[in-house]
Write a new protein. Structure first.
Lengths: 298, 162
């Protein structure tokens, strides 16, 4: 850790009981306020002085935002549902296994018992582990604020490290995930196997129809200011016959997605991995995940 | 503000500000010093307690968020003498300085309540969030497996709610 820990400062504290109340509080206090869900990102950030809200709006009484609802072709997940709750829900396990794979590699049991799916997205770390999986699943998010409700594709949600398209009075209420019959996977690389921040993560979701890649989605985390869909990689695979050769081309293209000039303005010593390492690992992970999904070369 | 919750099976209440963590509340107000202060940012596991049976980081919870919950620390396990998990840790020498031990014991309790007979891989997965600088983890994993066996043998006459 680079910075000294400071004690939690004083703040005004609210525990509203409805979404409308949250929106009202956000519109009153604006930039001085922060929403508190699981607290597994906000509290460490406050201790490290990265966030110093004067007002905390605790979402713990919003039971109405804690649910998993199955519909015929999609699954709706309340934004305040904990990651453990999401991963332990049967319909998510059977119909969105790539999301479960991502969640189970995020943090550790204790973190997942408190962290929420909405919090992981709204914190908008470029390395957020649910993001690549939700991106390849074509997830949308519902945002509710003073101006009303809107549903946006997750691919348009992130703007930069810690930055999203959310307006001041908005909170995320729901993550909406379509369900398709596709093969998916999620891999991450960190300094160790367990309980580690992603240095690079990859998720993919594909349909193999008559030996051809269809409906290809590939996304990566921790290699750009936001989690990203890898459109070059997708374009190489879409409509192509599954083969070692096309996988090799796609994996090489993944290196281009790691763009050093797009990384945040941190000086060299604070970067958690070099650009070259991330490029090499982008190739390795994309190749590994595509081979796993297609059983090529196995 | 006043916070009311169940602590180790008994009703408890505390007068505190919103910025007091559950960790500080348990250590300072309730003198439950088994709950350790390690990294204070959720990475080491020493502060782990059970809230409604689930292992969580008490350093990352505001005490006020425990309102209405059941909180369990190691002191709550050893009510009728040492809990079988504690005995297993002793028998297998699964501690040296003891700092990580309360967290290890509580996550073990949660693990065995969920998966009565875990594999070594499952033990490692559940204990992933707990750092030990002393033991090298082998004896801890053995202690968890031994505790699961002891609890299994003990429960032959009882039905356990899932």
């Amino acid at each position: 850790m680079q910075s000294e820990l400071r004690p939690l400062g004083s703040f005004e504290y609210y525990a509203p009981v409805s979404v409308a109340e949250v929106v009202n509080l956000l519109s009153v206090f604006g930039e001085e306020s922060r929403l508190l869900a699981g607290g597994t990102d906000l509290l460490p950030q406050m201790r490290m002085g990265k966030q110093l809200p004067k007002v905390i709006i605790d979402l713990r009484k919003l039971g109405e935002l804690r649910y998993v609802k199955e519909e015929s072709s999609l699954i709706r997940i309340g934004a305040c549902t904990t990651l453990t709750e999401v991963a332990n829900t049967r319909c998510v396990q059977s119909r969105l296994p790539v999301l479960v794979e991502a969640i189970n590699q995020l943090g550790c049991i204790e973190i997942r018992n408190r962290a929420t799916i909405g919090g992981n997205l709204c914190n908008a770390s470029p390395a957020a582990d649910t993001a690549p999986a939700l991106l390849v699943l074509d997830a949308h998010v519902k945002l509710v604020g003073l101006e009303g409700e809107r549903v946006v594709p997750l691919s348009e949600f992130f703007l930069g490290p810690g930055k999203t398209i959310m307006r001041r009075s908005e909170l995320m209420t729901e993550v909406i995930v379509p369900v398709k019959e596709k093969k998916g996977g999620f891999l991450k690389l960190g300094r160790r196997h367990g309980f580690t921040l992603s240095l690079i993560s990859v998720s993919a979701s594909v349909q193999i129809q008559d030996g051809v890649f269809r409906d290809v989605r590939v996304a990566m985390g921790a290699i750009a200011p936001t989690p990203v869909r890898c459109q070059q990689v997708e374009a190489i695979l879409e409509g192509e016959k599954v083969s070692e050769e096309v996988i090799e081309r796609a994996a090489l293209a993944a290196k281009e997605e790691v763009n050093p000039s797009r990384e945040t303005g941190k000086s060299r010593e604070y970067r958690r991995a070099t650009d070259d390492y991330r490029r090499e690992m982008a190739y390795v992970l994309v190749k590994r995940i595509l081979k796993k999904l297609t059983e090529v070369g196995i | 503000m006043k916070v009311k919750f169940i602590l180790n099976g008994n009703p408890a209440s505390a007068e505190l500000g919103p910025n007091e963590t559950l960790l500080d509340c348990l250590r300072q107000k309730f003198k439950l010093t088994s709950v350790k202060k390690g990294c204070e940012v959720g990475e080491c596991g020493a502060c782990t307690v059970l809230v409604n049976g689930l292992p969580v980081r008490s350093c990352l919870m505001l005490a006020v968020q425990a309102e209405g919950s059941e909180v369990t620390t190691v002191e709550g396990l050893s009510v009728e003498g040492l809990h079988p998990i504690q005995k297993a840790f002793l028998e297998k020498n699964a501690y040296q300085c003891g700092y990580c031990t309360p967290g290890m014991i509580l996550v073990t309790k949660a693990l065995l309540d969920t998966i009565p007979f875990p594999s070594p891989e499952e033990v490692k997965e559940w204990l992933e969030g707990h750092l030990c600088r002393c033991t090298g983890y082998e004896q801890i994993i053995e202690a968890v497996l031994s505790a699961s066996k002891a609890l299994g043998e003990k429960s032959h006459n009882t039905w356990k709610a899932v």
